[in-house]
Design a protein around this ligand. Structure first.
Ligand code: MN
Length: 240
């Protein structure tokens, strides 16, 4: 599980994404009651809007791209493309990828810890049936990732399904809780912290759903920037 594929797809001279350090050695198999494992979901407005579920394992983040995002309804199976591992420090990244692979806006939509609900994670992955629980701000309780027979251009096809428990239900969590858990920002506000001017000339996506959303997001971001510049210094929202 090296980060070769992750690095191969990116130009770190133009991308703000973390380059990532390869784990120095293969981490020992985790025993019960060890350090909690990190998980996150990044909402990613790239050529298509999707949600990237990342589970820390052996020093990197195993990753699945979920076009419709997670559902709390146990009867709903959400398609999840298994994509390349990401560096551990990618898990708290939020910002704008101006060009190249994954160009668009990344929001840290949820984060927390995950716990395997299987004895042997490697065996569960090999079998294509990984049961686990999440303890995030938005996603909690028991889930399963099940591999199907299919592939799409992004990778192996899996399904993310919520198990029936206290945390399942028909609440549409992506609609109910759309903002960043890191900044409480939406996409325009994340873009406004960057340089929207470059986005007017250098749009990563022209057509499709995202292409249709971008002009509005850029316009809102520009207005946020203008308002922030007009505001007296003391009322400016300071980071941290
Ligand atoms: Mn993505």
């Amino acid at each position: 599980m090296a980060l070769d594929e992750y690095r191969k797809k990116r130009d770190f001279t133009t991308s703000p994404e973390p380059k990532g350090q390869a784990p120095k050695r293969r981490a020992p198999l985790r025993k019960k009651k060890s350090t909690p494992l990190f998980f996150c979901v990044q909402k990613h407005l790239a050529s298509h809007l999707h949600y990237d579920l990342r589970l820390e394992w052996n020093g990197v983040l195993m990753s699945w791209a979920i076009p419709k995002g997670p559902s709390l309804d146990p009867t709903v199976k959400r398609f999840a493309a298994h994509v390349e591992d990401h560096p551990r420090e990618y898990g708290t990244f939020e910002g704008v990828i101006p060009e190249g692979y994954g160009a668009g806006i990344v929001m840290l939509w949820d984060e927390g810890t995950w716990t395997p609900e299987v004895e042997d994670v490697e065996a569960a992955l090999a079998k294509g049936d990984l049961k686990f629980s999440l303890d995030g701000y938005k996603l909690k309780g028991s889930w399963v990732l099940v591999r199907t027979r299919g592939y799409d251009r992004r990778g192996e096809s899996w399904l993310l399904i919520k198990h029936r428990d206290f945390w399942s239900g028909d609440l549409d969590i992506t609609e109910f809780a759309p903002l960043s858990v890191k900044s409480e920002h939406d996409f325009p506000a994340i873009l406004a912290t960057e340089t929207p001017a470059t986005w007017r000339t250098n749009r990563p996506v022209v057509g499709g759903e995202t292409g249709a959303m971008l002009p509005g997001i850029i316009e809102q971001a520009a207005q946020l920037r203008a308002a922030a510049e007009r505001a007296p210094k003391r009322t400016r929202r300071s980071k941290k």
